[in-house]
Design a binder for this molecule. Structure first.
Ligand code: ADP
Length: 363
């Protein structure tokens, strides 16, 4: 059978285990020899016990777990050709020519580069007698399929990244808990939520939690936001509301591109309204805990589709990323999605927010 390996790289997210499980079982079902690569690219570079053959039962009882049971890591070695050469050697020695990478855009970019270099890496391994001619010929083609695991929903091409829905649930639960105590004491709570440069988590949880104000990077507030914010909060209190909730995305910025932090917002509220104001930074709670039903099913579907894509790959096929389009699992050219994701980041850095939102599309 074909050699296939799965690994998780970059930041972890809920639902990655469901994806790993689906990859392993689908691949075994289709007759592949399947491997886990532990600790992301680091495990691929280091080889040894990090690359372990998987069987049907090695992915039992992981679907309900958060994070990734096969470990994830950032890896400097893989950014250098020497590191990728070691990785290539480790794969060839085990007969692995199909890779499923579950990670963010960095991990996917690395995978694509690896695939482009594959031929020249094998040539070098042959020249230095680390592999033989037969191996050079047998493993000449490396197929790659990516899946995006990220709680931020910051990747172009997919409606939802694996982990986003669980993070939304976690944030919503936390806000619900805060609201009950805020109500009792007539407090104002400022919640900082994750998302890096993407305001999706903040925006959606603001809607689902009746927040009074939300700060997201894609839509910096008007310059007089302190006045607007205070007017809004006062209105709510005058109308009889006993508490206020403000959501600040960790990447929130003003119209000059300068950060708007929870601390700054608190200062504005305290100085102007003298409200009893508290900050809650949710932090890694958002990435933890059990994946939601949506993320488990998403991981399962994406994983199965990824294996099918690998099995159907020809030398002409581009590396692809498996995405969710509406309710469909689809395959999109990996680099096109990565480029688009980078274009969003550039548009935001250039303060072209409308363009950024437009480029990001439905997600
Ligand atoms: P994410 O995948 O979540 O975006 P990173 O950007 O940190 O996270 O990437 C994860 C890992 O992928 C890096 O530690 C590195 O090993 C690998 N990687 C990222 N970008 C590249 C690149 N341009 N070339 C080679 N490897 C890369």
């Amino acid at each position: 059978g074909k050699g296939l390996a799965v690994f998780t790289s970059g930041g972890d997210s809920q639902g990655m285990n469901a994806a790993v499980r689906a990859v392993v079982r689908m691949a075994i079902y289709l007759g592949c020899k399947v491997f886990f690569i532990k600790e992301g690219y680091q495990g691929m570079v280091d080889g040894g016990d990090n690359i372990e053959e998987a069987n049907w039962s090695s992915v039992s009882s992981i679907i309900h777990k958060g994070g990734t049971v096969i470990g994830s890591a950032r890896c400097m070695d893989f950014k250098e050709r020497v590191g990728r050469l070691k990785a290539a050697c480790n794969l060839v020695k085990r007969g692995i020519t199909n890779l499923v990478v579950i990670g963010g855009d960095g991990s996917l970019t690395g995978a694509n580069l690896f695939r482009q270099e594959w031929s020249s890496l094998l040539d070098e391994l042959l020249q230095t007698s680390q592999i033989n001619k037969a191996e050079r010929e047998k493993y000449k083609q490396l197929n790659i399929v990516g899946m995006v695991g990220s709680i931020d929903n910051d990747f172009c091409g997919t409606d939802m990244t694996i982990g986003t829905d669980s993070a939304l649930h976690r944030i919503m639960d936390a806000i619900d808990a805060i609201v009950s105590t805020a109500y009792s004491h007539q407090r104002t709570f400022i919640m900082e939520v994750m998302g890096r440069h993407c305001g999706y988590l903040a925006l959606v949880t603001a809607l689902t939690s009746e927040a009074d104000y939300v700060f997201i990077p894609e839509m910096p507030p008007p310059r007089d936001w302190p006045t607007k914010l205070c007017t809004k909060l006062e209105q709510e209190r005058t109308a009889g509301q006993r508490l206020n909730i403000i959501i600040v995305s960790e990447g929130a910025i003003d119209r000059d591109g300068q950060p708007i932090t929870a601390e700054m917002v608190k200062q504005v509220v305290v100085d102007n309204l003298k409200q009893d104001t508290r900050i809650t930074v949710l932090g890694h709670v958002q990435r933890g805990g059990a994946p939601s039903a949506f993320d488990r099913v998403l991981g399962c579907r994406m994983g199965a589709e990824a294996v099918m894509a690998l099995m159907e790959a020809t030398p002409e096929t581009e590396a692809c990323v498996v995405s969710l389009d509406g309710n469909q699992a689809v395959r999109l050219p990996l680099m096109e999605c990565v480029e688009k994701t980078k274009a969003v980041a550039k548009a935001m850095a250039d303060k072209e927010w409308e363009l950024a939102v437009q480029l990001r599309g439905r997600s």
